[in-house]
Ligand binder design. Structure first.
Ligand SMILES: NC(=O)c1ccc[n+]([C@@H]2O[C@H](COP(=O)([O-])OP(=O)(O)OC[C@H]3O[C@@H](n4cnc5c(N)ncnc54)[C@H](O)[C@@H]3O)[C@@H](O)[C@H]2O)c1
Length: 255
C-alpha cells in the first residue's frame, strides 16, 4: 500500500528536501505551500524522479487560512481517505528588537508556525486516525531551547510548537497517531541565507558556535523527519529531537 503524506512549506528548503526524500522512499506526497509556482515546480520534479500512481499532489494553500486549510484537507480526505504522515514545515522569520515588535508581524509568525500547525493537524485528523498508524512531525527550532535575540515572535512560536506537539501526542496517541517535533539548528536554506546576506547572521560566528563546525544541509533534517514518520520510530512519541550539530549543548564561554 502506498503511504500518502502531506508536507507543508514544501515549496523550498527543508520541506522540499523532505518531500523528495519521502517520494524516494515510496510515499505519495502532497506538496503544500502558499507559493503555487514553487508547488508546481516541486511536484514536477517529484513526478519526474519518483513517479507514483496518480502522481504527487500539488496543494497550494496558506496554512493560516482556516477555510483554505479545511478545503484542502477535505479534498484530500475525499480522494485518499487516509493520511499516513503530516509534516508541519511552513515557516517565516522576521527580525526586530523586542521593544520594536510589530504586532502584525508577531501575529503572522505565530499564525504560520503555531496556529498553522494546529489547523493542518486538526484538518488532517480524520485521515490520520483512519490510516491505522500515522505520524505528525512538527518543526521547532533551537529557539525553543534558548532565547533568540531579535527574533522574539519566532522563538515564542517555536516554543509553542513543543506544547502543541506534546498535547497532540497525549490526545491522539490512542488513535495510533504518533506526534513528534524536531528542533534544527542552523540549516543552509533561504531562511538562513537571507540572514547571512543582510548581515543579521555571520556564518563564521555560527560555525564557531556549532560543535560540528558547519551549517546543516536540508537533506540532513529531512532524514530525521523521515525517520520519525517511519516504522523505525514506532515507539517515539511526544519527543523533541534536536538536530542542531550540538549547538544547544555547548557551554563554551568565548574569551
Ligand atoms: N533554516 C533553518 O536554519 C531552520 C532552523 C530551525 C527550524 N527551521 C524551520 O524549518 C521550517 C522550514 O524552514 P526552511 O529553512 O526550509 O525555510 P524556507 O524559507 O526555505 O521555506 C519555508 C517555506 O514555507 C512556505 N510558507 C511560508 N509561509 C507559509 C504559509 N503561510 N502557508 C504555507 N506555506 C508557507 C514558504 O513559501 C517556503 O516555501 C520552518 O518552520 C523553519 O522555521 C528552519
Amino acid at each position: 500500500m502506498t503511504r500518502f503524506g502531506v508536507v507543508t512549506g514544501a515549496g523550498q528548503g527543508i520541506g522540499a528536501a523532505t518531500a523528495m526524500l519521502l517520494a524516494s522512499r515510496g510515499w505519495r506526497v502532497g506538496v503544500a505551500d502558499k507559493s503555487g509556482d514553487h508547488v508546481a515546480e516541486r511536484v514536477a520534479e517529484l513526478n519526474a524522479a519518483y513517479p507514483v500512481e496518480g502522481g504527487h499532489e500539488p496543494l497550494a494553500f496558506d496554512v493560516t487560512d482556516e477555510r483554505a486549510v479545511g478545503d484542502a484537507f477535505a479534498e484530500i480526505l475525499e480522494r485518499h481517505g487516509r493520511i499516513h504522515g503530516l509534516v508541519n514545515g511552513a515557516g517565516v522569520l522576521f527580525r526586530s528588537p523586542a521593544e520594536e515588535t510589530d504586532l502584525a508581524l508577531w501575529q503572522l509568525q505565530l499564525g504560520i508556525h503555531l496556529t498553522g500547525a494546529m489547523l493542518c493537524s486538526r484538518a488532517a485528523f480524520p485521515g490520520l486516525r483512519d490510516a491505522g498508524g500515522a505520524a505528525i512531525v512538527n518543526i521547532a527550532s533551537v529557539g525553543a531551547t534558548f532565547g533568540l535575540p531579535g527574533r522574539i515572535a519566532y522563538a515564542t512560536a517555536k516554543s509553542g510548537v513543543l506544547g502543541l506537539t506534546r498535547t497532540l501526542a497525549v490526545e491522539w496517541g490512542g488513535y495510533g497517531i504518533r506526534v513528534n517535533a524536531i528542533a534544527p539548528g542552523y540549516v543552509a536554506t533561504e531562511m538562513v541565507r537571507s540572514g547571512l546576506r543582510s548581515g543579521a547572521l555571520s556564518e563564521a560566528a555560527l560555525v564557531r558556535r556549532t560543535p560540528l563546525r558547519r551549517l546543516a544541509e536540508p537533506e540532513e533534517i529531512a532524514n530525521v523527519i523521515a525517520f520519525l514518520l517511519s516504522e523505525d520510530a514506532s515507539f517515539v512519541h511526544g519527543a523533541v529531537l534536536k538536530v542542531d550539530g550540538g549547538i544547544t549543548i555547548d557551554g563554551t564561554f568565548e574569551g
